[in-house]
Design a protein around this ligand. Structure first.
Ligand SMILES: C[S@@+](CC[C@H](N)C(=O)[O-])C[C@H]1O[C@@H](n2cnc3c(N)ncnc32)[C@H](O)[C@@H]1O
Length: 259
């Protein structure tokens, strides 16, 4: 498992510089948060709250929350991504803390507690153990705090065939598939020509496994919303090409509270 995660880390290290160029940094530097309106509305007011952002990548969402008044800590395994997150923090002249860690080891490494734990857009496919991830969220939360997740809906798993390709609107795959996906190159969604020569490994989790993991960790599910839109295109988490409405769930959001 550890080797797979390390290989994923190297892949993300290789993508960080390109994402720094493509992720609408200029907007962020001008003081505009990049988070989409669904996330903003569902998370609500963060002013004065402490917020941990899991799998924060180059920190663009993390720093968007900081612009909205949260005291933020971004956590990611990719040292190269965090280099850009810190560079952005300096350029913006705001306070933010970034911690380099495998999320599977955060229980041992991070002892601070937060009002909000947040993760979005390309999260659960990088998680080798959903139960451990949910326990990690619980570990990071203060009593009365909450976790918010916005990610691709697991229903899309049925459109992923064994050849590793996605066939939109066709049922070609197994929703209950349990083997790890292995790709020879980590392709880049912002630049199809950029191929990172690192094997990448991804995991599938059904909606039942996700919800049950947070219940088992001792959290109370406040809501599970399903959306027929992606709210992001294949380019960056901040580009929506046509926001097409499908006949099936494309994204979901989950809020769960620590009692
Ligand atoms: C798709 S990005 C996260 C989404 C974010 N919204 C974005 O695009 O800016 C995936 C991130 O997960 C991180 N990651 C993958 N596996 C991880 C792990 N085991 N622990 C911590 N971070 C991990 C990668 O380094 C990468 O920065």
């Amino acid at each position: 498992m550890k080797e797979m995660t390390q290989s994923n880390k190297k892949g993300w290290d290789g993508l960080a510089a390109t994402h720094y160029k493509k992720y609408h940094i200029e907007k962020l530097l001008a003081g505009t948060p990049l988070l989409n309106e669904v996330i903003r509305r569902e998370v609500g007011d963060v002013l004065g709250k402490s917020l941990a952002h899991l799998l924060c990548h180059i920190g663009t969402d993390t720093l968007s929350w900081a612009l909205l008044g949260a005291q933020v800590t971004g956590i990611d395994i990719s040292s190269e991504s965090l280099k850009y997150a810190r560079l952005l923090t300096d350029k913006m002249g705001i306070n933010a803390n970034f911690v380099e860690a495998d999320v599977m080891e955060v229980i041992e490494q991070v002892h601070e507690k937060f009002d909000i734990v947040f993760a979005s857009t390309g999260v659960l496919c990088w998680i080798p153990d959903i139960q451990r991830f949910a326990q990690t969220v619980k570990h990071l939360l203060k009593d009365g705090g909450f976790f918010y997740l916005h990610d691709g809906h697991p229903f899309r798993l049925v459109m992923n065939a064994e050849d590793g390709k996605t066939y939109p609107n066709q049922i070609v795959g197994n929703y209950f598939r349990k083997q790890v996906w292995q790709y020879d190159n980590l392709g880049d969604y912002t630049d199809p020509d950029l191929l990172i020569q690192e094997k990448s490994y991804e995991w599938d989790w059904t909606l039942g496994e996700i919800v049950t993991a947070f219940c088992d960790a001792g959290l109370r599910i406040d809501f599970l919303h399903e959306y027929p839109q992606y709210f992001y295109s294949g380019y960056t988490p901040y580009d929506v090409e046509d926001n097409k409405v499908e006949l099936y769930p494309c994204t979901f959001s989950l809020k769960a509270s620590a009692r």
